[in-house]
Design a protein around this ligand. Sequence first.
Ligand code: SAH
Length: 222
Amino acid sequence: MRIDILTLFPDMFAPLHQSMIGRAEKSGIVNIHEEDIRLHTKDKHFKCDDVPYGGGAGMVMLPQPIVDCVRSVDPEGKARRIFMSPRGRTLDPYIAKELAQEERLLFLCGHYEGVDQRALDICGFEELSIGDYVLTGGELAAMVAIDVLLRFVPGVLGCAGSTEEESFSHGLLEYPQYTRPAVFEGREVPEVLLSGHHANIARWRREQSEMLTAARRPDLKK
Ligand code: SAH
């Protein structure tokens, strides 16, 4: 999979290349590239935003650098183009799985008040939100979306079963997890987990998941 991220702040993406995603890049499963929109401006002062027509607070990102940046990164229109935006569909595991099937994704990160609508229309962007709140920019949102979707790309997680067994995968929150030591500061790991009895362990985990979900997120199980 190839992912291009169009941003005014490419340095913000350092954390994305760490840990499991960094390993997936090294092993060639995914190729993630940040493109600096500012390099595509035709303005001699590298200006990429201006005041909004109609007035109002803040600045709006100019269409020209964005459209030229998209055309330079994806000249043949092969990538699914996603603008991170509070107006978009809200990211969930279903959307993440769907995006994980794509060969190429292109993310546009807005900043300031947002982006000139014509850039979005010309390039055919769909919009994706990470939740009902407003960030200062789309960079963190793009990182969240990319992290979530890459977990569904085979080979990114060490253990293939990991996305099957975790929170939200069956409309349930995950059961409590324990590792060594068996006793820590006087607190014991639930005995059933030490029993080696797989059916009992599975039942205990299911019960714990159902209790937690009922207590914290009754909306998940309808
Ligand atoms: N004026 C805009 C918000 C601009 S915030 C509005 O009211 O909708 C600046 C940028 O941050 C946005 O262009 C978008 O790219 C990003 N952003 C902010 N909140 C976001 C969210 N919840 N999900 C995804 N991107 C978001």
